[in-house]
Design a protein around this ligand. Structure first.
Ligand SMILES: Cc1cc2nc3c(=O)[nH]c(=O)nc-3n(C[C@H](O)[C@H](O)[C@H](O)COP(=O)(O)OP(=O)(O)OC[C@H]3O[C@@H](n4cnc5c(N)ncnc54)[C@H](O)[C@@H]3O)c2cc1C
Length: 416
């Protein structure tokens, strides 16, 4: 059934009791052309694009919990394409264009809201850095505007402009950036993939990778072995764990990232605002809660929860930027596991093991990448060649010294 005003009206007459299930709950078959491990946004988007754009429909997405139980359902939902390096800008801009037509593509309201992303600057040097970033974006056809202090004051008068340590001098604005509803993105891809014949198998943990000779030919799971022509990993924070089942060591560390939501208040924050002098960013959900976050935890972990020092650091950042946030009550906070690469940029590539493909290293920025990641990974799986927009996301770039160090702050995940 297509979602439409008419279907909404028709179902209203039956008290909304007769909506069909959005996706099936199939049992795993013994063999698929492609098995995708990980039912987050990236795994599901890959399945959707494989089925719709490349005609491969014999696909299973296996997920150890429920779909969206990982980072896809835990992030702060920011989408943007305000990158600096040529390896990144075309990929993230492709993603932004796919966000712009996603609701039509999926027949699902993913609540894409282009309310703007504003990165604040606090010094002349930082302004110059943002001017360079904005120019790089514009050279690639991406929208960017460098705002002065008066323009930022008009947009967000509640900020602490005259903070003695971190006075706000202006900001870099990407108007087409914004937010999307993370759960809806997962559900939209799941429903669209399911309608194309993809089996989405929840509560099915991969416990091993099947090896025949040097090849990977499937997965061992808690629901039995599933054989596959191609096995594709999209397990985000668990990448190093699952890859180690095949004896692969990757340039990835896992760290927790936390986020917070406050009680609901009246409309206050116009878009997404990031503090340029510390780790803090904030937006406001459609329900009114302030959604904010900051830095990753400083040590490696696979636990989906964070620690108190980072909570304190985030709250200090919030207080420095907008002191009134100290009066608001915190409703919830939570954590997810980040797959941090050593240069802060992702990997979409074959692995040295024939039959095994890798989509990983999204760090804390993979939600915005979901549509393009799905498209580019599907392209690689279907054709065996990298998609033009993701051609620099090779695994061997670390060995070749061809890293894409977006922030230029060094080869340590805790510095990105
Ligand atoms: C607090 C927080 C805030 C963030 N904010 C943003 C943001 O504002 N903007 C942005 O762009 N990005 C953000 N991110 C990052 C973004 O959420 C991730 O980069 C992205 O979601 C990762 O891709 P995914 O959706 O496929 O991952 P996931 O949703 O984590 O999917 C991986 C799936 O693999 C499953 N899995 C793992 N191991 C196995 C196994 N052995 N067998 C079967 N299944 C397995 C997991 O259960 C999980 O569902 C944030 C992340 C967090 C935690």
């Amino acid at each position: 059934m297509r979602y439409s005003a008419l279907s909404l009206l028709r179902n209203a007459f039956s008290g909304h009791q007769k909506w069909p299930q959005a996706w099936r709950k199939p049992h795993p078959k013994p063999f698929y052309s492609v098995v995708i491990v990980g039912g987050g946004g990236h795994g599901l988007a890959t399945a959707f694009h494989l089925a719709r754009d490349y005609g491969i429909r014999d696909i299973a997405v296996v997920e150890k919990g429920w779909i969206g139980s990982g980072n896809a359902g835990r992030n702060t939902t920011i989408i943007r394409s305000n990158y600096l390096l040529p390896g990144n800008i075309p990929f993230y801009e492709l993603s932004m264009k796919l966000w712009e037509r996603q609701e039509a593509d999926l027949d699902f309201n993913t609540m894409v809201s282009q309310r703007g992303v504003l990165n604040l600057y606090h010094s002349d040097a930082q302004r110059d850095g943002y001017a360079r970033r904005g120019n790089a974006m514009r050279l690639h056809g991406v929208d960017a505007e460098l705002l002065d202090e008066a323009q930022v004051r008009a947009m967000a008068p509640f900020l602490d402009f005259d903070n003695a340590r971190f006075p706000i001098r202006g900001g870099l604005l990407q108007k087409r950036g914004g937010t999307a509803r993370h759960d809806a993105v997962v559900w939209g891809y799941a429903r669209a993939a399911d309608r194309l014949g993809v089996d989405i198998i929840e509560n099915c943990e991969v416990t091993g990778l099947v090896r025949e000779g040097g090849n990977i030919t499937g997965v061992e799971t808690t629901r039995g072995a599933i054989f596959a022509g191609k096995t594709a990993l999209a397990v985000a924070g668990n990448t190093s764990r699952v890859a180690s089942m095949a004896g692969l060591r990757l340039p990835i560390e896992s760290h927790a990232l936390q986020a917070f939501v406050s009680e609901g208040v009246k409309p206050l924050i116009p878009g997404v605002i990031t503090f340029g002098a510390g780790h803090f960013y904030v937006s406001q959900s459609d329900k009114g809660g302030l959604v904010f976050g900051g830095d990753i935890d400083g040590y490696n972990s696979y636990a989906q929860r964070g620690n108190l020092p980072v909570i304190r650091d985030v709250c200090e950042g919030g207080m420095a930027l907008m002191p009134m946030i100290g009066r608001i009550r915190l409703l919830r906070h939570w954590g997810g596991i980040m797959d941090m690469t050593m240069d802060g940029s992702p990997i979409i590539d074959k692995t040295p093991l024939p039959g095994l493909f890798l989509n990983a290293g999204w760090c804390y920025g993979g939600f915005k990448a979901t549509p393009a990641s799905g498209l580019c990974f599907a392209h690689l799986l279907a054709t065996g060649a990298p998609h033009a927009a993701a051609r620099d996301y090779r695994l061997d770039r670390f060995a070749r010294g061809a890293v894409i160090d977006e922030k230029g702050q060094g080869a340590q995940p805790n510095l990105h």
